[in-house]
Design a binder for this molecule. Structure first.
Ligand SMILES: [Mg+2]
Length: 313
């Protein structure tokens, strides 16, 4: 584990570094508070830190206060090294945000124990961050397809629409529905149905641009948000989705199907800004037409009428 030590006294700094290396720490040394702060500001800075109290420039507590001000994650565990023994000073040091202190000259075993306590705190925090991240993923993703869930994709739609309006760019919205999905479930069972949903989701995700977003809107319905897209580019992307999806069969133990999708497309790029609901409604209506006209096709429904050459192309 990396550990940062800062001490302006070269002898005690080297002594400390030797000892820490003996305990298998990877030591990063700073000769004063200013250098320590510079190192701590970098990405991947050591999380475990020993700061001498009295240093020219920035003192230990000052560095400490700056680290806490920044409040970056993951947590930085700071141990102050001090020759001071007066209670008032200690209070001041701890109020700067230090986690612990040890008085010089210190006992090696005591330092070892204190560092172990620090590492335990850091380990716990790492677990906590991982758990929080897992919860965040759980709360925003559909467990079956791993796409955004309905809540998250609607949130993205709202955010991207606001951005499009603010920056005067375009936004395309596509409502997608797997054709004859019930037939797959009825014929091959729900496990096969799940495989088809997962694979359809994977193919759609793979044929989108990195800044596009796709979410599972309902059972076999998906909502695609295309930032920066105007009518023609949204239609083009929608057709690419359709082609990618039906290009190959989807296989599962019970058999295989050539799945297809119907898509309803709308886009906004100029004129009166719509609400997210208006976009979804427009895309939904277009999807309805795509279904009515025989499925496996893309239909357009503009908030403003699309140019005839776009629909023809
Ligand atoms: Mg000093």
């Amino acid at each position: 584990m990396q550990i940062l030590i800062a001490d302006d006294d070269v002898v005690s700094r080297r002594f400390l570094a030797k000892m820490l290396e003996m305990w298998h720490y990877e030591v990063v040394a700073a000769c004063d508070g200013t250098e320590a702060w510079r190192l701590l500001e970098q990405d991947d800075a050591p999380q475990l830190v020993i700061l001498d109290w009295m240093m020219p420039g920035l003192t230990g507590p000052m560095v400490c206060a700056q680290v806490r001000d920044r409040a970056r994650e993951p947590y930085t565990y700071i141990l102050l090294l001090t020759a001071k023994t007066e209670k008032q000073d200690l209070v001041e040091g701890m109020e700067s945000g230090a986690d612990d202190y040890i008085t010089k000259p210190f006992d090696a075993q005591e330092l070892k124990v204190r560092l172990r306590a620090g590492r335990r705190i850091l380990d716990l925090q790492t677990e906590l961050l991982a758990a929080r991240e897992a919860l965040r993923v759980q709360a925003t993703h559909d467990p079956l397809t791993c796409l955004w869930n309905r809540y998250a994709i609607l949130d993205i739609l709202t955010r991207e629409l606001n951005r499009a309006i603010r920056e005067e760019t375009g936004l395309g919205v596509v409502m997608v529905d797997l054709d004859h999905f019930k037939r797959v479930n009825d014929t091959y069972g729900h496990m096969a149905g799940d495989t088809v949903l997962r694979e359809a989701a994977r193919r759609m995700q793979a044929s989108l641009r990195s800044y596009d977003a796709v979410g599972r809107y309902g059972g076999e319905e998906f909502l695609v948000v295309l930032p920066g897209s105007t009518d023609s580019s949204a239609l083009h992307l929608a057709d690419r989705l359709r082609e990618t999806l039906c290009a190959e069969t989807i296989d599962f133990p019970e058999g295989s199907v050539r799945a297809s999708i119907s898509l309803g497309v709308t886009a906004w790029s100029r004129g009166v800004p719509p609400t997210p609901e208006m976009l979804i409604h427009a895309a939904d209506e277009a999807l309805y037409h795509a279904k009515a006209l025989g499925r496996n096709r893309v239909e357009w429904n503009g908030l403003v009428p699309a140019r005839p050459e776009v629909l023809a192309g």
